[in-house]
Design a protein. Structure first.
Length: 212
């Protein structure tokens, strides 16, 4: 698409320059060509943003579902019990493999080795999907809530499709790079929605360094 747009504007620019050379004093050709080049740049950037949006739409859709069906209802319920002191942590991996059961178990062990007590609880919500979350407690009455967004694992099939449809690229490198970009898109959309819904102050995002 970008190449087609560039070709169209190149043809128009060349044509205008031809008229400019033939009729140099009849029209303000410099201004017209300058405006045309600006329009070209703006159009290309708009198209690139549109393509990027389509590329990351699966991650954005997952983030919207995560917030609507789990995160917002969970925070509403937990704040009704804990008040404004609620501390809700969301694990954001660097790559999708960090959300495998084996890696999650390793992460839980690391948290416990730091002296925290962990417990799985099920929220009894009036709306939203059933969802277990992890409580993290170091001393009596000091509880944080921790969630691994396993919904991201559904991106595996999309990544496989994109990698298999690409040509002349190293599959493992392409898969890892695309996975990281999708995770970032997921994270950014959650942040945007959390701010929009006025729940961002309750949320902390952690990675494998997991500093509690």
């Amino acid at each position: 698409m970008q190449k087609k747009i560039t070709n169209v504007f190149t043809v128009l620019t060349v044509a205008l320059m031809g008229f400019w050379l033939k009729y140099p004093d009849s029209v303000q050709w410099e201004a017209i060509i300058g405006i045309l080049l600006i329009i070209k740049e703006v159009t290309i950037r708009w198209q690139m943003r549109k393509i990027e949006s389509m590329e990351f739409s699966p991650a954005i859709s997952l983030a919207q579902g995560y917030v609507k069906n789990f995160l917002e209802p969970a925070i509403i319920e937990l704040t009704s019990k804990n008040g404004a002191d609620l501390h809700f942590m969301i694990y954001m991996p660097e790559d999708l493999e960090e959300l495998s059961e084996h890696q999650i178990d390793n992460m839980k062990n690391q948290i416990e080795m730091k002296g925290f007590r962990l417990k799985e609880i099920k929220l009894k919500r009036k709306f939203g999907r059933p969802h277990d979350i992890l409580t993290v407690e170091k001393q009596e009455g000091s509880v944080s809530y921790f969630d691994f967004p396993r919904t991201l694992l559904s991106l595996h099939s999309y990544i496989d499709y994109k990698v298999e449809s690409a040509k002349n690229e190293v599959s493992d490198e392409k898969r890892l790079a695309l996975g990281k970009k999708l995770i970032i898109a997921f994270h950014n959309e959650i942040q945007r929605l959390a701010k929009k819904k006025n729940i961002e102050n309750f949320i902390t995002y952690v990675d494998k360094s997991v500093k509690l």
